[in-house]
Design a binder for this molecule. Structure first.
Ligand code: FAD
Ligand code: NAD
Length: 480
């Protein structure tokens, strides 16, 4: 087989592997290069998402949720469990099995779609040539009509708390604890901090989150963020806002963290483990030859236009390594669109409708614009909210914390955004995302028949509430 391809993808995370599969489906001769390998040096597909991100974190979130429910909620249903215990190594082994199954699935999909997997490090040279250094160090030059860069992202490090992969860890280390830390510190109360803080908190850790910003989940709709903060605090998560970490000192098996609190006072706290999760940054180390023609932007992302095209002709970039939210599904969508554009089609990614979920309990999910963003854009809008406390299904299951909030254009009634904290929020928000894709109004959503009793009735009622028509709650607006 010649070493000339129609498409070479560098990186097999959810952006890269999806692009490779779609390109191959469209009849393009495609290879996907991946440098991730296991302890034995065997190449593994799936990137951050499958190996140390979305999938393993959700496996641990589900295990810890089951434990927490059995321990603290079953008795209300008349179920006694006796004394409960958690076998952490067994929980981690299950997570590893899930990861192996999922990343093996990608390799199977490559085979089924005739994508050539190549294991090693890819470097883009001038003129759409790619230097592949395999896992034994052997080099070869490949050529392609089109190259798709999908090299992903890595955790941001901060000098005041350097990761030692023992006491101070990043998100990857926090998926591998061998026992439940008694005192767990988390720097950064963002998505990872809340998800992984919840995992270990449910299993018994006393969790303290030190967050630099004064507002909790500052980029989210603030009404939903405040409701979420209240629920998490009730669950026992100690969230300290406006904190500036100034140093950390590891003493054997513990770490002392010094920080300045919101009032400007010096504080000290000692933890058995400390997770640093203050964001991720685009990863391009070793990816680009100096004359590759690909530019980076001021944040270190590969610079692309709206169509994911870089400055170099025939070179595209997708996923976490380019601008936009660092979400698996955003990168996958870009992968499909780029593959189809290479094949001559004209699709676009709808960046306005990308759902975002935090997989804590209850889940937090959003799509579209927040109330703060709509206000800042100077648009007139109406808001409908509905609490899960008034939803029969939520009361029956004992998951009645939270609410649905829908924002609609005041003149056209078109849905501009939906923000949820509550049971199954990840699936509920998708219903609104579909409605928004079809240009639905709040009235359209409110007139749709929803099954009863379901959690999704909160979506219908919040949509009705936009125009003062909610049935199972007094309306703030006058009914017309
Ligand atoms: P990556 O998944 O990072 O993949 C990039 C791949 O490229 C890697 O495998 C890397 O080894 C490879 N690579 C890099 N350079 C080279 C090179 N030169 N040669 C060959 N290979 C190379 N997102 C969600 O949407 N939902 C979630 O629930 C979620 N949970 C997360 C939980 C955690 C703990 C973390 C850390 C992240 C989570 N994310 C989640 C974010 C999600 O994982 C990323 O947005 C996603 O993986 C980005 O996909 P990508 O393909 O762009 O990059
Ligand atoms: P994040 O941006 O969600 O949160 C980082 C938090 O750390 C922010 O609140 C920030 O204000 C704070 N922070 C920054 N510097 C700090 C400092 N020095 N001291 C204290 N606080 C500080 O980032 P993350 O949680 O690390 O996650 C990284 C990326 O991974 C996110 O962009 C997210 O999109 C993605 N991710 C997604 C999911 C999901 O979709 N469920 C889950 C995990 C990760």
């Amino acid at each position: 087989m010649s070493d000339k391809y129609d498409v070479i993808v560098i990186g097999s995370g959810p952006a890269g592997y999806v692009a490779a599969i779609r390109a191959a489906q469209l009849g393009l001769k495609t290879a996907c290069i991946e440098k991730w390998k296991d302890d034995k040096g065997k190449g593994i597909n799936g990137g951050t998402c499958l190996n140390v991100g979305c999938i393993p974190s959700k496996a641990l979130l589900d295990s810890s949720h089951k434990y927490h429910e059995a321990k603290d909620s079953y008795s209300a249903h008349g179920i006694s469990t006796g004394k409960m215990s958690i076998d952490v190594p067994a929980m981690i082994a299950r997570k590893d099995k899930v990861v192996k199954q999922m990343s093996g699935g990608i390799t199977g999909l490559f085979q089924a779609n005739k994508v050539t997997p190549l294991y090693g490090t890819g470097k883009l040279l001038k003129g759409r040539k790619v230097e592949l250094t395999d896992n034994e160090g052997k080099q070869q030059i490949l050529e392609a009509e089109n190259v798709i860069l999908a090299s992903g992202s890595i955790p941001v490090n901060i000098p005041v708390a350097p990761v030692d992969n023992d006491v101070i860890v990043d998100s990857t280390g926090a998926l591998e604890f061998t026992e439940v830390p008694k005192r767990l510190g988390v720097i950064g109360a963002g998505v990872i901090g809340l998800e992984l803080g919840s995992v270990w908190g449910r299993l018994g850790s006393k969790v303290v989150c030190l967050e630099a910003m004064d507002d909790f989940l500052a980029i989210m709709d603030q009404q939903i963020a405040k409701e979420t903060q209240k629920i998490l605090t009730k669950q026992g998560l100690d969230i300290r806002l406006g904190c500036r970490v100034t140093g950390s000192k590891v003493n054997g098996k513990e770490v002392e963290v010094t920080y300045t609190d919101k009032a400007g006072k010096e504080q000290k706290e000692t933890f058995d483990k400390l997770i640093v999760c203050v964001g991720r940054r685009p990863f391009t180390e070793g990816l680009l030859a100096p004359d590759s023609g690909v530019n980076l932007d001021e944040r270190g992302c590969i610079y692309v236009n709206d169509l994911c095209s870089t400055n170099a002709p025939g070179v595209w970039a997708i996923g976490d390594v380019v601008r936009g939210p660092m979400l698996a599904h955003k990168g996958s969508e870009e992968g499909v669109v780029v593959a189809e554009r290479i094949a001559g089609q004209k699709p676009l990614v709808n960046y306005d409708i990308i759902p975002n979920v935090i997989y804590i309990q209850p889940e937090v999910a959003s799509v579209g614009r927040t109330e703060e963003q709509v206000k800042a854009d100077g648009e007139e809008y109406s808001v409908g909210t509905f609490p899960f406390l008034a939803i029969g299904r939520a009361v029956a299951t004992g998951d009645a914390d939270g609410m649905v909030k829908i924002i609609a254009d005041a003149k056209t009634d078109r849905v501009l955004g939906c923000h949820i904290v509550g049971p199954n929020a990840s699936d509920l928000v998708q219903q609104v995302a579909i409605a928004m894709e079809f240009g639905a109004t709040a009235e359209d959503l409110g007139m749709t028949v929803f099954g009863h009793p379901t959690f999704s009735e909160a979506v219908k009622e919040a949509a009705l509430a936009v125009n003062g028509h909610a049935i199972h709650m007094p309306n703030k607006k006058k009914r017309k």
